[in-house]
Design a protein around this ligand. Structure first.
Ligand code: C2E
Ligand code: MG
Ligand code: MG
Length: 293
């Protein structure tokens, strides 16, 4: 216990230094439209260049940042940096780029969050419609009135809102439909077993069908194979993100990829027809419009 506490305290100090010394960097993972194969946005993912430990992934430090409250300051840096980099990519490519940013419960609960967010967007002169905030299911369900108030104010700015890791928490659908949410991001734990695992197939196709019929944009994350892409397309999933399309990229690499796409607008990231979902086990049908014609 003592050692655990010591390790946490030392990481907390390291995180404070990291903010002062600019040791953080944002990587960006593209999100692809499954109908066209084109990149439609990118998710900003935090990395830490630790002077002794090298590159540290967020799962290793975000929990400590959340417990200590440091996530509020780190999150502020993330939103500012993502907005600045989005603006600079837009200027260079003369094309709008949408960037998604992860927001944790502690940030959303901070009384100054909406005002500070508004200020950053104004300062960077980024069109708020180019920003999406990803908030986990658990955070959204925690305090409905507070969350509803904050999200509604953000939504009036034009910012898009997504439920992250959908399917892993305890979403109440009656709460969800009161919230001004645009997208559902289906958690990658359901994708891992696709397309072979029967239960993962059933869950994914049901969640996609439910999201579509409630008029959400449905995004699936953690897509790693051509067969998974093919299955998700057949299910009617709108967008996908994962190593199959691209690993998270530095801002410079993202700019390069977007530039190359701009030069060859016909190019698609979708797999060839040969990799289609095997026809011997078709996915369950997606419900049609109601009432039926
Ligand atoms: P997330 O928001 O669900 O982000 C997706 C995670 O899945 C990322 O891990 C990404 O690198 C990983 N991933 C993407 N495609 C694949 C794939 O095909 N296969 C597999 N196995 N993994 C894939 P990462 O970057 O380590 O981030 C982990 C989590 O840390 C994020 O989950 C998010 O909850 C949190 N996080 C990252 N950046 C921030 C941030 O700026 N602020 C906050 N509050 N949380 C952040
Ligand atoms: Mg996310
Ligand atoms: Mg997620």
């Amino acid at each position: 216990m003592n050692l655990d506490m010591e390790a946490r305290l030392s990481m907390e100090q390291d995180l404070r230094r990291a903010l002062r010394n600019n040791e953080f960097e944002l990587y960006y993972q593209p999100q692809v439209d499954l109908r066209t194969g084109k990149i439609v946005s990118a998710e900003a993912l935090l990395r830490w260049h630790h002077p002794e430990r090298g590159l540290v992934q967020p799962d290793a430090f975000i929990p400590v940042a959340e417990d200590s409250g440091l996530i509020v300051a780190i999150g502020r840096w993330v939103i500012r940096t993502a907005s600045q980099q989005a603006k600079s990519i837009q200027k260079s490519l003369r094309q709008n780029v949408k960037i998604a940013v992860n927001v944790s419960a502690r940030q959303l609960n901070d009384p100054d969050f909406v005002e500070e967010f508004t200020l950053v967007v104004r300062e960077t002169r980024l069109d708020p419609r180019c920003l999406e905030l990803e908030i986990t299911e658990t955070t959204l369900m925690a305090d409905t009135d507070l969350v509803l108030n904050r999200l509604s104010r953000l939504r009036t700015l034009g910012v898009h809102l997504a439920v992250d890791d959908f399917g892993t928490g305890y979403s109440s659908l009656s709460i969800l439909k009161r919230l001004p949410v645009d997208s559902l991001k289906v958690d990658r734990s359901f994708v891992e077993g696709l397309p072979d695992d029967e239960e993962d197939r059933a869950i994914t196709s049901l969640v996609v069908a439910m999201g579509r019929s409630l008029n959400y944009r449905v995004v699936v994350e953690g897509v790693e194979t051509a067969e998974q892409v093919a299955f998700l397309s057949v299910c009617g999933c709108h967008f996908a993100q994962g190593f199959y399309f691209s690993k998270p990229l530095s801002a410079a690499e993202l700019m390069k990829v977007l530039f190359e796409r701009q030069q060859s607008p016909e190019a698609s990231l979708l797999p060839d027809a040969g990799d289609r979902w095997p026809l011997h086990s078709p996915p369950p049908p997606i419900p049609g419009p109601w009432p039926p014609h």
